[in-house]
Structures are given as structure tokens and as C-alpha cells.
Design a protein around this ligand. Structure first.
Ligand code: NAI
Length: 337
């Protein structure tokens, strides 16, 4: 998709962070933009920010308060866009997401239902609700495109990222199917895989729905403060949206979070190696891990010898009152810490 002006864009999670960056940029590119989000106060603020950023008329921004995991609400939002803007979106960007981290063995059904519900199920909802409408309205007549925001976390997993990584891996894989199939309708699909974004996701736990509150993770003001301080070092949302725009224009299927995707390809190769290592025996994996540890220790010793300071383990300041995130709830005494 190369021409955006005068067309319709629908951004989920458009009231904050990456989604707001995308809404701003595609509004500035001349699109009418609908933003769907669960938080009304954030939506109200986002409309003002989009208008100020792009200089568009307020009537070219449609704010929709929707819980996107709810299919009836999502369908009603899709109907509303057609009613107000005169058709389904030419560009659907599904970016809403939440995160919460802790040992996978401590996870509860609520942890999975919330994280997978927002990060994966809402994407399925949007694809099933919108793609047939988009095909009927635009196939081989007008450009259209489907994008989602997954994560580098979808290519890998750690012991503390189970539900999140699984959901993002699902999104990445699903987008391959859409990329393959949309070609015959003259359309494309892109999955954006950011590393770290300067957004509000570190506070997502504050908005966890009441019926999904039973978490197995230790969550407090202090853990949210800590997580937020990590995200504060991430890429600017509008810059990330510019990278996505280039990927959409050039029909990249995976969009890496850098103006030069080459900068991330080594990381992808490393991840591929990690996956290959999962096919090895435990003894073989242990030998590789020991080899890597030895190489790292030698490098650190050499740096010390040459009078260099060892690189800091973390690239961010831990704020006062911060607590480690990614831990199990304190009363789960069977968890090995
Ligand atoms: P954010 O918290 O600033 O924005 C996410 C938005 O999604 C919020 O406005 C929130 O209200 C909305 N949302 C959550 N649940 C919803 C629901 N049920 N219905 C409707 N809206 C809902 O976070 P951020 O970081 O901008 O996240 C955007 C996407 O980027 C997410 O999919 C996230 O997983 C992904 N991502 C974020 C990274 C980061 O470092 N912040 C890194 C990689 C991927």
C-alpha cells in the first residue's frame, strides 16, 4: 500500500504508546483515523494529540471505547467506522496489548486469559470482523493492508514471559497466513516486531479487568515503576510508526524496529540458533552454555586487564521505590526462587 491520503485507518490500542504513534502518523499522512481503546480518558486525550500532531479536522478522528476482546463490542465498533467514514478501513493496524511477567509455572488462568485475550484473541477478532469487509469493498480495486503489532518476544521466550511470548508467537505466525492469502486480493500484511517502546505498558496491570485479577505474579506499584523505567528507554512511538509505514509501503511481511532492518538481523540469526539448540540433548546444550559463559568471562577479564569498565548489566536507572518485576506472588511457597 503506497497511497494513504483520503483513506481510512483503524488502530487498536490507539489511545496510547505505539498505537497512538501510528494514529498520529497515518493521520498526518492524510487518512481518516479510528482509534479503538478500552480507556475513555486516554481516548479523549489521544484525539487532542492526534489533531495537534497532524493538523487534521477533529471530524477525521473517530474515538471508540471498546473492549476488543469482546466480539460484540468489536463488531459494533466496525459498524460505527463504516457508518461514520463510509466504509471499512483500508489499513487495519491491531496494536492493543498488555504485558505481565512472572514464572510461567506461577501463571493462573486469569494471567493467560488476560494477556492472550488482548495480545492474540483481539487480533483474531479484528481479522475475522474486518478482513471479509475489506475484501468485499476493495479487492483488486483499491489498495488495502492489514498490520499487527507483535514483539521480538514472539520469536523467543524466557521463563518469565510465557503467556506474552506465546501470544505474540501466535500473532506472528498468523500474519504469515494473511500475507500469503491477501496477495490474491491485491493486498498485503505486515507484522511489526518491536523490541522496546517508550509507552505506558508498564502500567497495564492498573487496568487489568476486575474479573481477571487473580494473578500468580507479584505485582505492586514498585514493580510497575520498575517495568515503566525499562520501557522509558524504548523507541519513540512515532518513529516506530514511520518504520512500520515504510514496511507497509514496501510490503515487508516482518517489520523489524529499525530504519535499517539489517541492524536486527544478527539478533534474528541468534534466535534461530536458540531454536536449533532446543533440538539438541541437554548435555549438548549445557556444553554450549558453558562455552558461552567461558567466552564471556574471558572477554570481561580482558576488558578489566585493559582498564575498561565492564559494561553495565542494565542500560537504565532503577527508580527509587522500584521492586524487581517478573517474580511469583509471595504466598506461592512451592515456587523455586
Ligand atoms: P500502551 O499500554 O502504551 O498501549 C496499549 C493500549 O492498548 C492501551 O491504551 C490500552 O488501554 C489498550 N488496551 C489494552 N487492553 C485493551 C482491550 N481489551 N481493548 C482495547 N484496548 C486495550 O502499550 P504499548 O507498549 O504501546 O503497546 C502496544 C503494542 O506493542 C502491544 O501489543 C505490545 O505488546 C507491543 N509491544 C510493546 C513493547 C514495549 O516495549 N512497550 C515491545 C514490543 C511489543
Amino acid at each position: 500500500m503506497k497511497n494513504f491520503a483520503g483513506k481510512i485507518c483503524f488502530v487498536t490500542g490507539g489511545a496510547s504508546g505505539a498505537g497512538l504513534g501510528q494514529a498520529k502518523l497515518f493521520s498526518k499522512s492524510g487518512m481518516k483515523v479510528a482509534i479503538a481503546d478500552v480507556r475513555q480518558d486516554a481516548l479523549d486525550n489521544a484525539v487532542k494529540e492526534i489533531v495537534a500532531f497532524s493538523g487534521c479536522a477533529e471530524s477525521d478522528v473517530l474515538a471508540l471505547k471498546v473492549d476488543l476482546t469482546n466480539r460484540e463490542e468489536y463488531t459494533a465498533a466496525a459498524d460505527k467506522v463504516e457508518e461514520v467514514f463510509g466504509g471499512p478501513p483500508h489499513l487495519l493496524i491491531q496494536t492493543a496489548g498488555v504485558n505481565s511477567f512472572g514464572p510461567v509455572e506461577a501463571s493462573t488462568f486469569d494471567d493467560f486469559d488476560w494477556v492472550v485475550g488482548v495480545c492474540f484473541d483481539h487480533v483474531v477478532n479484528g481479522l475475522l470482523i474486518f478482513v471479509p469487509r475489506m475484501i468485499k469493498a476493495y479487492a483488486n480495486k483499491e489498495e488495502f493492508h492489514v498490520a499487527t503489532t507483535a514483539s521480538m518476544g514472539g520469536f523467543m521466550a524466557g521463563s518469565g514471559t510465557g503467556p506474552y511470548s506465546a501470544a505474540k508467537a501466535g500473532v506472528i505466525n498468523l500474519m504469515y497466513s494473511y500475507a500469503e492469502t491477501l496477495v490474491k486480493y491485491g493486498a498485503g500484511a505486515t507484522v511489526l516486531c518491536p523490541g522496546n517502546i517508550n509507552s505506558n505498558i508498564g502500567n497495564a496491570e492498573k487496568f487489568r479487568p476486575a474479573h481477571l485479577k487473580n494473578t500468580g505474579y507479584h505485582v505492586s506499584e514498585g514493580t510497575m515503576k520498575h517495568l515503566s523505567s525499562v520501557h522509558a528507554t524504548g523507541i519513540d512511538p512515532v518513529e516506530l510508526a514511520e518504520i512500520l509505514k515504510e514496511a507497509i509501503e514496501n510490503e515487508r511481511i516482518i517489520c523489524l524496529p529499525d530504519h535499517n532492518p539489517e541492524n536486527w538481523k544478527n539478533q534474528l540469526r541468534g534466535l534461530n540458533e536458540t531454536i536449533e539448540n532446543y533440538t539438541l540433548t541437554k548435555a549438548e546444550r549445557d556444553a554450549i552454555a558453558a562455552e558461552r559463559m567461558k567466552a564471556m568471562m574471558e572477554m570481561m577479564a580482558k576488558m578489566k586487564e585493559e582498564g575498561h569498565e565492564a559494561p553495565p548489566m542494565m542500560g537504565w536507572e532503577v527508580p527509587e521505590g522500584a521492586e524487581p518485576f517478573g517474580q511469583a506472588r509471595k504466598d506461592l511457597d512451592w515456587i523455586k526462587r
